[in-house]
Design a protein around this ligand. Structure first.
Ligand SMILES: Cc1cc2nc3c(=O)[nH]c(=O)nc-3n(C[C@H](O)[C@H](O)[C@H](O)COP(=O)(O)OP(=O)(O)OC[C@H]3O[C@@H](n4cnc5c(N)ncnc54)[C@H](O)[C@@H]3O)c2cc1C
Length: 594
């Protein structure tokens, strides 16, 4: 397979630039090393987790998790993306995520891994002083020290900066006295070190302290949760806990940045985990449908079931296409920064921060794709899906939190267009130039429907270009009317986010299919893209219409709406047959494999 070339696309630029298919990175492009990492993690889970998976649906998992984290640490699994000097393997972001996908297929234990290696390692790796890194990082990588991340409080969830946990400097200036309460803290039952976000004295913004359990941290009982029972989640209390001043992580008053930068990586890692869980649910659903006989035939032979299977596979394909693509963009920006003399650590966090918008998009799409797939897989089980003894029922309960933590999907949705607009305001993206050009084309009657055959890659590329114009027209119209008050128009921001997400995911699926048309199952890959394109067109029409209704009136609204319909118009094609074609492939392989 030809190596992807090195055209560098910055965060948000996908909306204004097209990418040649050869340049995207896809699961089909995994190197032998990446495959080897994935298979060693799979072997570990088969040996250590699968035989006791029921225990992770009970509180037993909370005592097994730290032992397994240490075993993973001994095998070097937590340090895939960590520099060698701290016991890591210094792999690129793609490899870290490709490995993480396999690690995520481990029921409630996946939460422990995610928080320890993601929210635990990232803050100290990116913001720690040399002394802090020397003291903590190697031991976190080996899991001798296990971590938790304490941001949420009873009165500060989405509004994290409103937290009341407070640190007061001692009279001798040697330590902070920490007081406050955190809640919903993953890994808290066994963590040795807590990254605690708090306000120092009367600061307006958060700072981050590294707090040891033995300094007097108190814990609540394990929360009674809907799912992931084997993941430790407790309240954490600090009453006059003495924290040495050298345990301030990063700069005072700059903790929010630390919290958010850790979350950027955390968000895309959720999308990666969503791929893993969706694949497990899909396999359960399809294999059940293949063996369950009703009305004298396997239920997988019914059109209604086949349509479900196709719709599930389409979204799963788009999800993994997108997160692999984003990871590659992060790596390209990282390499460019390092070549330009930026230190490896700075480049690591700046390259991920550059794609904050794409990371938020991946969290929203991935978690909603996962919810859809698990729900449909459960539905295909009929009554057996509702049984407390079926694995699909456990998955159904386990996954619901993914739309809530690492920023709720509403908060992430608002972040998506806001980040894009902020980049445009800072002059990092020529959003306005492109939008003005489209408005000019519209006024001069230069907007047109794509002509040709939907099966032609050129048609798909031209249609994608129209889809991007629709996003720019709708968002541009809203910005023109509301200006900087757009931040208060949440209904518009939510729809704009959906449009941007749908566009990115459609493009990612098309580019992957075009690149790998000849790798395997070319016709299935193409049908996936075409079915996704028609679904995207329908969703964009509604979202764009709502934005225009909310922000334009009279002739302008009519003109923009007409042009949207023209841009999004598609020829007649038999989607039912295409989806049957997709479904039959997955039914025959009895799992998600393409
Ligand atoms: C299982 C689990 C594990 C967790 N682990 C951790 C952890 O390890 N560390 C940690 O710090 N936290 C953790 N959390 C907390 C999680 O990050 C928060 O629950 C999440 O950020 C939402 O905060 P909240 O629960 O206070 O909801 P709220 O912020 O009160 O939100 C309630 C609803 O209002 C909406 N909303 C809020 N603000 C706005 C707004 N401005 N505009 C529109 N809608 C809005 C939200 O989208 C949501 O639908 C965990 C949570 C769970 C369930």
């Amino acid at each position: 397979m030809e190596e992807p070339t090195k055209t560098i696309l910055k965060g948000g630029e996908f909306l204004m630039k097209s990418t040649p298919a050869i340049e995207v990175f896809c699961p089909e492009d995994y190197t032998e090393e990446q495959k080897m990492f994935r298979s060693s993690m799979r072997d570990f889970l088969l040996q250590e987790v699968e035989p006791i998976k029921e225990k992770f649906d009970s509180k037993d998992g909370t005592t097994i998790a730290p032992v397994l984290l240490e075993k993973m640490g001994n095998l070097g699994f937590h340090g895939i993306g960590v520099p060698e000097e701290f016991g890591g393997l210094n792999c690129d972001f793609k490899t870290e995520l490709a490995f993480g996908e396999i690690a995520s297929d481990s029921f409630a234990f996946a939460q422990s891994i995610g928080v320890h290696t993601g929210l635990g390692i990232y803050p100290i790796l990116l913001y720690g002083t040399k002394a802090q890194k020397d003291k903590y990082l190697t031991k976190i990588v080996s899991a001798e020290i296990k971590c938790s991340y304490c941001l949420t409080e009873p009165s500060a969830g989405s509004d994290a900066n409103a937290g009341k946990t407070k640190a007061t400097l001692s009279a001798d200036g040697k330590y902070y006295l920490l007081n406050g309460q955190k809640m919903w803290i993953t890994n808290s039952g066994f963590a040795d070190v807590f990254f605690v976000f708090c306000k120092i004295e009367d600061d307006p913004n958060l700072s981050c302290l590294i707090v040891h359990k033995e300094w007097g941290v108190k814990l609540g009982e394990e929360e009674k949760k809907m799912g992931i029972h084997g993941s430790s989640t407790r309240q954490v209390f600090f009453e006059d806990v003495k924290v040495p001043v050298e345990n301030l992580l990063g700069e005072r008053n700059k903790g929010f940045k630390i919290a958010m930068n850790a979350l950027n990586a955390g968000r895309i890692k959720i999308a990666v985990a969503n791929s893993a869980i969706a694949a497990r649910a899909f396999k359960l659903g399809v294999s059940y449908a293949n063996q369950r006989v009703q009305f004298g035939q396997a239920i997988s032979e019914f059109g209604a079931i086949q349509e479900k299977i196709a719709n599930m596979a389409i979204q799963m394909y788009a999800n993994e296409s997108a997160w692999n693509r984003i990871a590659h963009h992060v790596d390209l920006v990282y390499d460019e920064m390092v070549e330009n003399g930026v230190s490896k650590i700075d480049a690591k966090f700046q390259s991920i921060a550059e794609f904050a918008m794409e990371c938020a998009m991946s969290k929203v799409y991935g978690s909603e794709m996962e919810q859809f797939v698990v729900d449909e897989a459960l539905q295909m089980h009929g009554g057996m899906g509702y049984s407390g003894e079926s694995e699909i029922e456990t998955l159904y309960r386990n996954i619901r939190g993914n739309r809530i933590y690492e920023g709720t999907n509403e908060i992430n949705r608002m972040l998506i267009p806001s980040t894009l607009l902020r980049k445009a305001m800072k002059g990092e993206l020529d959003l306005m130039g492109h939008t003005m050009q489209i408005f000019q084309d519209l006024q001069q009657g230069k907007i047109s429907t794509v002509a040709g055959e939907v099966d032609d890659w050129k048609f798909l590329a031209a249609y994608l270009s129209n889809v991007k114009k629709v996003c720019l027209l709708a968002l541009g119209q809203a910005v023109q009317v509301f200006q900087d008050k757009i931040k208060d128009e949440q209904e518009i921001l939510m729809r704009a986010a959906d449009m941007l997400i749908q566009t990115y995911y459609l493009e990612s699926a098309i580019l992957r299919s075009e690149k790998h048309f000849n790798t395997s199952n070319g016709s299935i890959r193409k049908d996936i893209c075409i079915a996704l394109m028609y679904a995207t067109a329908d969703e964009l029409k509604v979202a764009a219409r709502d934005i225009i209704y909310a922000s334009a009136q009279g002739d302008m609204a009519t003109m923009v709406l007409k042009s949207l319909n023209k841009l999004l118009q598609l020829p007649v094609t038999n989607l039912k047959d295409r989806k049957r074609n997709i479904a039959k492939h997955f039914i025959s392989v009895n799992q998600y494999q393409i």
